[in-house]
Design a protein around this ligand. Structure first.
Ligand SMILES: Cc1cc2nc3c(=O)[nH]c(=O)nc-3n(C[C@H](O)[C@H](O)[C@H](O)COP(=O)(O)OP(=O)(O)OC[C@H]3O[C@@H](n4cnc5c(N)ncnc54)[C@H](O)[C@@H]3O)c2cc1C
Length: 391
């Protein structure tokens, strides 16, 4: 007989989502028995550690804006809140801003989103091409109508945030287990636990899928089909010969290419493409930058015609192929099985609000922020969220 252990909640995957959820659950109820099963505690392939780590207020879906507002606010006190004993994390928060370049054709949509964000109290403004040039003299924004600029957005150290959540959750009583979940255990229409690769079984009335890009594989072991695919995204680290005078915001130009400055005088560049391959492929391709992205970058920032490609990497977006937005909540056809999946390229910044929301769902507590719009029932009803997230 294999060993069986009992918990109140089992979390599959200990990336930023699983760890944030473990923190929120154990903060809400200190007697709760929470297990987080993570097969790779070095996080070599986790999206959390392969991300661009940008956070921004500029979304078109109101709930995504509210989530980011909460993140922006919580980051001001995150290090203090996550302190364990004498150990206080340093998340290296930088608020260099986000700038979305807007052409005439997309201006009405951008203005609509800007208005909605401003009505929610967000610090976002419109910059015309001269305003952009004043702030960022290296940019050639003449072909654009302008840009929407969120000065309080920025980036942070994702690994530090992850480790902070883990340490605090563990200090509050969560158990982190280095193992792989090979199957969900069910009884009728109820989740009852998980089977581990090491042979043991963990039992719980609530089992949460926080397996990131591997979410569909995990769900499939209980016959649950999710529209979530692992999609390869690449990031390139560049050393430009001409250094900008100060930090550059995460800047998104019309072609979809985005870049921001990184410590050490480096520049990070990426671009999501429709033909990015689906699958568990972590190879990166220098030709893609040299032959495709470099030209686009240098057209907008002529000073970046001279640069060195220092390195690159590939990670996986967990893409919800239905509408590009997250799936948050209990799967309607399997009681006790919760989904925290499908964050595409914006999950890192959503972890604080999502962890809190799912903990409230599991513990049946009132919601500090209503995120029911992300309920996975929309898959069964075939009702995509009308405003898309970014994939
Ligand atoms: C290149 C790139 C750039 C990005 N840029 C940004 C950005 O700028 N801003 C932003 O907010 N987000 C960004 N993201 C997205 C963000 O990184 C993710 O949405 C977020 O990290 C998802 O966290 P997660 O915990 O769900 O997944 P992960 O971090 O992938 O964690 C899932 C964990 O589950 C574990 N696991 C899987 N299956 C099992 C199993 N069967 N048993 C046990 N463990 C298992 C894995 O080992 C993994 O550690 C980016 C992602 C990539 C790839």
């Amino acid at each position: 007989m294999s060993e069986q252990k009992h918990y109140d909640v089992i979390i599959i995957g200990g990336g930023v989502m699983g760890s944030s959820l473990a923190y929120s659950l154990t903060k809400a109820e200190d007697s709760l028995k929470v297990a987080v099963v993570e097969r790779d505690p070095s996080y070599e392939k986790a999206s959390t550690t392969l991300s661009m780590v940008n956070f921004r207020i500029q979304f078109s879906l109101k709930q995504n804006v509210l989530i980011s507002q909460y993140t922006s606010e919580i980051f001001n006190r995150f290090e203090e809140e996550m302190q364990v004993g004498d150990s206080r994390p340093n998340i290296a928060l930088c608020r260099e801003g986000n700038l979305f370049l807007v052409d005439e054709a997309s201006r009405p949509e951008a203005e609509k989103n800007l208005k909605m964000q401003q009505e929610l109290g967000c610090d976002v403004t419109w910059l015309d091409p001269d305003g952009i040039k004043d702030r960022y003299p290296l940019y050639d924004a003449d072909q654009y109508a302008g840009g929407t600029f969120g000065p309080q957005d920025g980036h942070f150290d994702a690994y530090a945030v992850l480790m902070a959540y883990k340490a605090k959750a563990a200090a509050q009583g969560a158990t982190f287990i280095a193992d792989e979940v090979t199957a969900l255990k069910t009884s009728g229409k109820q989740a009852t636990g998980v089977q581990l690769a090491s042979g043991g079984i963990l039992q719980a009335g609530s089992v949460v899928n926080c397996a990131g890009a591997w979410a569909s594989r995990v769900a499939a072991t209980a016959g649950v089909e999710l529209p979530i695919d692992p999609v390869k995204r690449q990031v390139f680290a560049l050393d430009p010969q001409v250094k900008p005078e100060g930090p550059l915001p995460l800047t998104i130009i019309g072609s979809g290419l985005y870049f921001r400055t990184e410590t050490g005088g480096l520049l990070l560049v990426g671009k999501s493409k429709d033909d990015d391959p689906v699958g568990f492929d972590f190879t990166w391709d220098r030709k893609r930058f040299l032959e495709e992205l470099w030209m686009e970058l240098a057209e907008f920032v002529p000073a970046f015609e001279s640069l060195k490609l220092v390195r690159g990497w590939a990670g996986l977006y967990a893409v919800n192929q239905m509408d590009g937005n997250a799936l948050l909540g209990e799967w309607p056809e399997l009681k006790g099985f919760y989904l925290v999946n499908g964050f595409s390229g914006h999950g890192l910044q959503q972890a604080p609000a999502v962890g809190r929301y799912i903990s409230e769902l599991i513990l049946n507590k009132p919601h500090a922020m209503d995120l029911s719009v992300f309920d996975p029932i929309r898959i069964l009803e075939n009702k995509p969220l009308s405003e898309g997230g970014l994939v």
